[in-house]
Design a protein around this ligand. Structure first.
Ligand SMILES: [Zn+2]
Length: 131
């Protein structure tokens, strides 16, 4: 049986980070559907599971690898954003966070200095805020 499976998987893509994500997401969706009895979640869960199997059995390895790269690029961006928000929350008593009105760069200023002029290190715009 094991040998048959190995033969079957030759030349196929197998599993990767994106597939792990898909399988976990589908399990979560199916659990939510069990708890809430909303059929939409069942469908989303099944679709994710099918997608996961489709990808691991696919013979188009180049395309699947590319998808996995894209997945990691998005995951990195989300992780970074989340980490930034976590830091911001942890430091909320020490720093005030503002966004540059011109280039949207995030700026951090120490609290308790009254009205201060902030200059954006990226585009040089100056603006006045309470710290
Ligand atoms: Zn700026």
């Amino acid at each position: 049986m094991k040998e048959k499976f190995r033969q079957f998987m030759i030349g196929r893509y197998g599993t990767d980070g994106l597939n792990q994500f898909l399988s976990i997401a589908s399990i979560v969706m199916l659990l939510i559907s069990l708890l809430t009895r909303v059929t939409l979640f069942t469908w989303v869960g099944v679709v994710l599971l099918v997608l996961c199997y489709y990808r691991s059995l696919s013979r188009n390895i180049g395309k699947r690898t590319e998808e996995n790269y894209k997945y990691y690029a998005i995951k990195d961006r989300v992780d970074n954003k989340f980490r930034g928000l976590k830091d911001q929350w942890a430091n909320r008593k020490i720093y005030h966070y503002y966004r540059c009105p011109k280039c949207r760069q995030k700026l951090r200023v120490p609290r308790g200095r009254g009205r201060i002029q902030i200059s954006c290190p990226r585009c040089g715009t100056q603006f006045i805020k309470k710290s």
